[in-house]
Ligand binder design. Structure first.
Ligand SMILES: [Zn+2]
Length: 58
């Protein structure tokens, strides 16, 4: 099975296998934004892949 999550940058669809492991990196096929997977209460979610030493704010 595949989970489809929305890119918060461009609204593109990011497909993630449901056996994904926390910490894996996926990039948006449309804009190339990189996301790191984390598991929140058994639910797969994405956060922006963090670049160490940088603070992008919100
Ligand atoms: Zn995108």
């Amino acid at each position: 099975m595949v989970i489809v999550l929305e890119c918060s940058e461009c609204g593109g669809r990011i497909k993630i296998p449901d056996d994904v492991l926390e910490g894996e990196i996926f990039s948006c096929p449309d804009c190339g934004m990189e996301y790191e997977v984390y598991i929140n209460n058994g639910k797969v979610e994405l956060k922006h892949a963090e670049i160490e030493g940088e603070d992008w704010g919100e």
